[in-house]
Design a protein around this ligand. Structure first.
Ligand SMILES: Nc1ncnc2c1ncn2[C@@H]1O[C@H](COP(=O)(O)OP(=O)(O)OP(=O)(O)O)[C@@H](O)[C@H]1O
Length: 252
């Protein structure tokens, strides 16, 4: 099942084109790692797909009315700001808003979705803590949990694992893989190519506002692409423990 279809998407910022002619489709079961150097256009691409920035071209999500879109896709932006000192549980429950009519209280099913999200992000012990009093990494996990609680078919997350400790980085990527196995899809932007290689079914490389590669890690992360887009060399092997990727040198 196709969960996102994009054709000829482009974005200009302050009159300068930053995204050019992007076409892609996302299918249930995929964990797509959106990778590329700083300023390449990853955030802009996700925001344009969601209709959050002016764009030209087509995105199936951008065309939906906001309420329908919020049920079709959950979005966790890069900004980690939590403004209100509400409990973790209350904040994560906000993820259920698209499923509630105005004034409607959360049902047993909504509370169960909140529990699942807290559990997936290892936050049960934090349930009653004030979200503003958590560490940066803990707050990031709360915001991921809020997006998970939405239980939308497509999850779009912008650098969700930045600032998480190694165990929670791996567990978060595994949670995304489990969602995909359950028939959802995930688009995750990230800079950690080692984790991208191990946990994503597909990598999309954005460079200077264009998709320059799209496919399985082995086909995408060639020495030439790593040199041209990331200016690095790397060691990349299929091992008995799965694919292992280690950046080695800067080539510039
Ligand atoms: N509001 C804005 N006004 C002007 N230019 C912008 C704006 N937002 C983004 N840009 C520019 O658009 C380009 C793409 O930015 P974007 O945030 O999408 O990159 P990114 O790939 O997500 O980068 P990073 O890995 O550093 O988060 C950059 O050149 C950036 O400076």
């Amino acid at each position: 099942m196709t969960l996102l279809s994009v054709k000829g998407l482009g974005v200009a910022r302050r009159g300068r084109p930053v995204l050019h002619d992007i076409s892609l489709s996302v299918t249930a079961g995929e964990v797509i790692g959106l990778i590329g150097p700083n300023g390449a256009g990853k955030t802009t691409l996700m925001r344009a797909c969601l209709g959050l920035v002016p764009h030209h071209g087509e995105s199936s999500l951008a065309q939906m009315p906001p309420r329908q879109r919020a049920r079709a896709a959950a979005w966790m932006p890069q900004s980690r700001e939590i403004a209100w000192p509400v409990s973790v549980e209350t904040l994560v429950a906000l993820g259920r808003t698209p499923h509630l009519a105005p004034g409607q209280r959360a049902s047993e099913a909504d509370l169960a979705a909140v529990d699942r999200a807290l559990s997936r992000m290892d936050l049960q012990a934090f349930r009653h803590r004030s979200a503003t009093q958590l560490s940066g990494g803990e707050q990031a996990r709360v915001l991921i949990a809020r997006a998970l609680a939405q239980e939308a078919p497509l999850l779009m997350v912008d650098e969700p694992i930045a600032g998480l400790d190694p165990g929670h980085q791996i567990a978060t990527m595994q949670a995304f893989a489990a969602l995909a196995e359950d028939g959802c899809a995930v688009i995750v932007s990230l800079h950690d190519l080692s984790l991208a290689v191990r946990h994503c079914t597909r990598l999309i490389v954005v460079d200077a506002g264009r998709i320059v590669a799209d496919g399985p890690a082995q086909a995408v992360l060639t020495p030439a692409l790593l040199r041209d887009s990331f200016a690095i060399s790397a060691w990349f092997e299929q091992t008995a423990d799965g694919p292992v990727f280690q950046p080695l040198e800067v080539l510039r």
